[in-house]
Design a binder for this molecule. Structure first.
Ligand SMILES: Cc1cc2nc3c(=O)[nH]c(=O)nc-3n(C[C@H](O)[C@H](O)[C@H](O)COP(=O)(O)OP(=O)(O)OC[C@H]3O[C@@H](n4cnc5c(N)ncnc54)[C@H](O)[C@@H]3O)c2cc1C
Length: 508
């Protein structure tokens, strides 16, 4: 109440927040550039109000911390409910494989981080809520445990994945703290490399200005090819870093230190101050992985293509497409989390515990045991750092057949080194399992990006720079076939038409 949107961006946010349901659905589908599943997007809108009400009933307070809170009130409310049940919680346990028997998911295997012991859990149904894959990339805005495990768990269990080529990429600070830089960027900034050169103009097409590039980039948070110029900011940053003209922390400098510039005010400046971002000196920033829009294919109940295996949150794909509406990642996690929970519980509670032959878990247990054999002298960190670096420069902002083929070669090389690994302490076992997962995921994602020979939203192919609706209103689908990913396409929204960017409330 009492809020009057002032800026162009605020007006678009207001339009999104107060859109009636049919307009909200149309917004999602337009933002998704034909890659969102209309059935899942409809469910997202239908269940939104009820889901929010349930969270409020559980004590979630969304209004207290403004920009600082993000998902925290949701986590607190859900955790509060969990502790009221008699559920057994295996805290600090990494699930490394799912158990599949007769084509159905029947449980999971993991490692207890404290003891290093292998844990085998039989279950009527399994719901994955393992988040995204941000830690595949050198610069990202997520906690360190977001390693794409869920995608790989589902893939190895035989589930289909889709939209893996669509990543949200935001500007963020890199050092001394890691934070997203909310758009619009602070006014009157200069963007410089470590040699104090303003580099953006070097990357712009003839006749384009840096001001217009920044104006377009300020219209949305994520990197995208849907407008004409904004992409060049991220492309310029990555290329400067690639050329070795970044700082020691692989960053460029955002400089707002000229004393003639008026000080920053308003909620964004409060947010930056709260997160320790100090604009009285040049700030080290880069273009960073923010969140992933693809993942396991689910139906309206959150069930994947493997019976009794469910997915919700960033690990699941479909309610969003190539780009998404702001706030909808958290909304989707709650809407499909609730649906998956109800559906899985209804199935599992009607089941007797099934007999499970020992061989079902033997392979998963052997994956862990094989790491323990040997002298335990291996050190995963240097390999992880190398993978981060390659993935950031060859798989994230700019992609081409050449960079992706080169990246697949890097992944193969690290995977071969890793096959000789032996580790003994529990932390190193978990790090190595995560690295194995990241390598497999890197392979799958590179194949998906190779398949899409066009640019769409955040998927930018230097060798195919245009969106090609005539051939590519199709989703790339990946599934395990033997030891390799099988990459195909499927049409998920046959009636989609591009109505133009200005028809979307606010995406970002
Ligand atoms: C800085 C930032 C700001 C954002 N702001 C917004 C916003 O305003 N609105 C919005 O809609 N979205 C936003 N997003 C995106 C959104 O926050 C995420 O997509 C969402 O939090 C993901 O929730 P999740 O429950 O799927 O996964 P997560 O919150 O990442 O949780 C996954 C959990 O699974 C655990 N896990 C992972 N692998 C395993 C394993 N193998 N075994 C056991 N446990 C495992 C992890 O430890 C973690 O606890 C933001 C993202 C970032 C990075």
């Amino acid at each position: 109440p009492g809020w009057t949107p002032q800026t162009e961006q605020e007006k678009r946010i207001a339009y999104m927040l107060f859109a009636p349901p049919d307009q909200a659905l149309a917004n999602i589908l337009q933002a998704g550039l034909g890659m969102a599943d209309p059935k899942l997007a409809s469910v997202l809108i239908e269940d939104a109000v009820e889901t929010r009400k349930a969270l409020l009933d559980w004590g979630a307070r969304f209004d207290q911390q403004g920009l600082r809170s993000h998902g925290v009130p949701i986590m607190e409310a859900v955790r509060g409910q969990l502790h009221k049940t008699d559920a057994v919680v295996h805290d600090r346990t990494m699930i490394s494989d799912l158990l599949v028997h007769d084509g159905e998911c029947v449980g999971a295997v993991g490692v207890d981080e404290n003891t290093g012991e292998t844990v085998v859990i039989q279950a009527g149904a399994v719901i994955l809520g393992t988040g995204g894959d941000a830690n595949l990339f050198l610069h990202n805005l997520n906690p360190d445990d977001t390693c794409g495990d869920g995608y790989v768990l589902g893939y190895n269990a035989g589930a289909e994945l889709t939209n893996l080529e669509f990543k949200q990429i935001f500007l963020g600070t890199v050092y001394p703290t890691r934070n997203m830089l909310l758009q619009p960027l602070p006014t009157h900034v200069r963007l410089m490399n470590a040699r104090e050169k303003e580099f953006l103009p070097d990357y712009l097409p003839k006749g384009a200005t840096a001001d217009e590039c920044l104006r377009q980039r300020n219209g949305h948070n994520p990197f995208s090819t849907r407008d004409t110029l904004s992409r060049y900011l991220d492309i310029a940053i990555v290329n400067e870093l690639r050329a070795g003209r970044g700082t020691d922390h692989n960053a460029v400098l955002l400089d707002r230190t000229d004393e003639r510039i008026p000080p920053l005010t308003g909620p964004r400046s409060e947010f930056w101050a709260y997160r320790g971002i100090d604009f009285s000196q040049p700030v080290e920033i880069s273009t960073c992985h923010h969140c992933s829009l693809g993942g396991l294919r689910i139906d309206v109940n959150g069930e994947t293509t493997v019976p009794h295996l469910y997915a919700a949150g960033e690990v699941a794909a479909g309610p969003h497409g190539a780009d998404r509406m702001g706030g909808h990642m958290l909304l989707a996690s709650q809407v499909f989390g609730a649906r998956a929970g109800k559906h899985a519980a209804a199935f599992a509670s009607g089941q007797k515990q099934r007999d499970m032959p020992g061989k079902v878990s033997a392979q998963a247990e052997e994956r862990i045991e094989s790491l323990r054999r040997g002298d335990g002298a291996s050190e995963p960190e240097p390999f992880r750092a190398a993978l981060h670096h390659y993935a950031y420069f060859k798989l994230l902002v700019t992609r081409s057949a050449h960079s992706l083929a080169s990246f697949l070669g890097d992944v193969k090389g690290i995977s071969e080194e890793l096959s000789r690994f032996t580790v003994t302490d529990p932390g190193a076992i978990i790090e190595t399992l995560e690295l194995q997962n990241l390598l497999l995921l890197a392979h799958i994602e590179a194949e998906a990006c190779l398949m899409r020979t066009e640019s769409r939203g955040p998927h930018y192919r230097e060798d195919f720079p245009r969106q090609n609706d005539a051939e590519w209103l199709r989703n790339v689908v990946v599934k395990k076939a033997g030891d390799s990913p099988q990459v195909t396409t499927a049409v998920i929204d046959p009636s989609w038409k591009d109505l133009g960017d200005d028809k979307i409330g606010y995406w970002g």
